[in-house]
Design a protein around this ligand. Structure first.
Ligand code: FAD
Length: 304
């Protein structure tokens, strides 16, 4: 059966629960999610399109390739990216980190039953390497929903090591699947990172023993400076196999300050970055890492 064209759907809040001091779960459903697809990728993510005010209708864009477009004259709705924590027929769960000053986080705090939200199709990211017998996961709270799905989806017998920083010890959470196996070990770094404390998880990962012989894969997601540090260690210190490495920056701490530093860059750096961003977009998956090396080297040199 041909799949229906990708579109942004109108979802409604079905439940809204506090999971822990730092995490809230919003269940989305409604007629438009009845045949909502899943990619099956454990860290699949969606674009969420928010209304201007709680309970108001969000303006929904048209899908164009992997992006989207609003009709001429329509003001774009604010968009944020979130992991699909769970997919059930007609419903998905999204786990929102609770933090101050965030449009999405604040929407989730106040979202009442029936409140509408735009939801894109899910996008796949990570394909676990079949040949790896151990997976190391490095995360902060934003990446816990994906961590939980990766653990749930791992083939029996896979050894999983988690290094995760949380602001509050009560935010440390593993899925029920992890309780029945000693194949999952977790190192929780409390009162660390997450926009509230200095981030310490990368220091711990830098001291951990990692197998570079292809038997181990490493998945890293969370705040951008933390993920960049771990990536640099994997790629440049350890020469970790690229096909066993998956690193994604999910958010930027104190983004306004980062943006101000970016906006203050001179014309030469801006032009160089534009060229590199273009090269990244055009590169093959394998070629992208080398372009990222150049982008991050430039970021490091100008304090970004
Ligand atoms: C593929 C992918 C999957 C993601 N999955 C999830 C997920 O499942 N759950 C989740 O909570 N997040 C997830 N994120 C991260 C989320 O998109 C960002 O945290 C986003 O910026 C939150 O939007 P906001 O409107 O709340 O804050 P924004 O309006 O974007 O930011 C406002 C301010 O809050 C700060 N800020 C942003 N996020 C945080 C945070 N988590 N903690 C503390 N300060 C913050 C910013 O630095 C900025 O100063 C994911 C990101 C990606 C790319």
């Amino acid at each position: 059966m041909p799949s229906s064209p990708a579109r942004v759907r109108r979802a409604e809040v079905r439940a809204n629960t506090i999971l822990s001091p730092g995490m809230r779960r919003v269940t989305l459903g409604g007629d438009d999610l009845l045949a909502y697809p899943t990619t099956g990728s454990p860290d699949e993510y969606v674009r969420l399109f928010f209304p201007d005010a709680a309970g108001a209708e969000p303006r929904l864009p048209r899908v164009v390739g992997r992006g989207w477009e609003f009709d001429a004259g329509i003001a774009p709705s604010p968009m944020r990216t979130y992991t699909v924590r769970a997919h059930r027929p007609g419903e998905i769960d999204i786990d929102f980190v609770r933090h101050a000053g965030g449009l999405a986080a604040e929407w989730a705090e106040g979202a009442r039953l029936g409140a509408p939200l735009g939801v894109s199709e899910p996008f796949a990211q990570y394909t676990p390497a079949a040949s790896a017998t151990r997976i190391t996961l490095v995360a902060d709270a934003t990446a816990l929903p994906a961590v939980e799905r990766i653990i749930e989806a791992a083939p029996p017998g896979t050894r999983i090591r988690l290094f995760c920083e949380v602001a509050d010890p009560r935010d440390a959470r593993l899925p029920a699947a992890a309780a029945h196996t000693d194949a999952v070990s977790a190192t929780w770094v409390h009162r660390s990172g997450n926009g509230r404390f200095a981030s310490r998880v990368a220091d711990i990962v830098l001291r951990a023993e990692l197998a570079t012989d292809g038997s181990e894969s490493v998945w890293v997601a969370g705040e951008a400076a933390m993920t960049r540090r771990v990536r640099r260690h994997l790629r440049h210190t350890l020469r970790f196999p690229a096909d066993k490495t998956h690193v994604v920056g999910y958010w930027t701490d104190n983004e306004a300050a980062w943006r101000a530093r970016f906006d203050a860059l001179g014309a030469e750096h801006r032009a160089r970055l534009d060229t590199l961003y273009g090269a990244y977009a055009d590169a093959t998956e394998a070629g992208r890492e080398a372009v990222l090396d150049e982008i991050y080297a430039l970021y490091d040199s100008v304090g970004l």
